[in-house]
Design a protein around this ligand. Structure first.
Ligand SMILES: [Zn+2]
Length: 253
């Protein structure tokens, strides 16, 4: 078995919460900036690019997905986790070189970037020269295989052309966001972006049936004290709107 050496370290701030302020379903956009004061354990999803990091679970799942479709040589991590300072530098530099309209379309405001959570990554087709802001990631061939597999590993193409009015970001076919399974599958099957998925959960809990026959219940709650006890595995993720998204996997029979 191959063991890879990964870089693991803590981001800017020490954790100061009894519950994690970050989770795979955290919504980050212009209306929902990130709270400060969180820590993210980071790891490189591809050991050949140790400078590009992601949150631990997201990194492991991306690595598994790239291996599953046999495209580790063809798809390159271009930009993963960014500190607030790095996001600010990218914003300032793009603004100076490309102007305000371009920058507002393709670069998230510092504090409003998913890259600061470690849950997002820009991926590009391996090439001699790769555009650092808008890397090319085609839709055919092995790239199509990756796109079809991504949701099974918990990833969504976050900024689609038909969702610009909701996300506030231009189409970015290279930007993938980890939300976890079964959420990515549900969003893909129903054509929802993260904003729509969270709005849907505000109205009704969801019951998803996984391919292995187990059911998963997904709820959005304000008060964790009111939750019934978990019968199986439970994941709690803040959604950055003042609520939590609670995912309960049916207990093993
Ligand atoms: Zn991105």
């Amino acid at each position: 078995m191959k063991t890879a050496t990964y870089t693991v370290y803590q981001a800017d701030h020490p954790a100061d919460f009894s519950l994690p302020p970050l989770g795979p379903l955290v919504l980050v956009n212009r209306q929902h900036p990130l709270q400060s004061g969180f820590s993210v354990p980071l790891q490189a999803p591809d050991e050949r690019h140790p400078e590009q990091l992601m949150e631990l679970q997201a990194a492991r799942m991306l690595n598994a997905c790239l291996r599953a479709v046999n495209c580790t040589d063809r798809i390159v991590p271009v930009s993963g986790w960014r500190s607030h300072r790095e996001q600010q530098a990218i914003w300032d530099e793009t603004l100076a070189c490309e102007g305000e309209a371009f920058t507002r379309s393709y670069v998230a405001l510092p504090g409003c970037s998913e890259h600061e959570t470690g849950l997002a990554i820009d991926l590009g087709a391996a090439a001699e020269k790769i555009d650092p802001i808008r890397p090319e990631l085609p839709r055919d061939g092995v790239y199509g295989d990756f796109r079809r597999a991504a949701a099974h590993y918990g990833f969504i193409e976050r900024y689609r052309a038909d969702k610009i009015a909701l996300t506030g970001i231009a189409a970015e076919p290279w930007h993938f966001r980890y939300v976890g399974v079964p959420h990515a599958r549900y969003m893909e099957l129903h054509g929802l972006c993260l904003e729509e998925y969270i709005a849907l959960l505000a109205e009704t809990p969801l019951v998803c049936r996984l391919e292995n026959g187990r059911t998963v219940t997904v709820r959005r709650v304000k008060d964790l004290q009111a939750l019934p006890p978990a019968a199986g595995a439970r994941q709690i993720s803040p959604d950055n709107t003042g609520c939590y998204i609670v995912t309960d996997w049916e207990a093993m029979k």
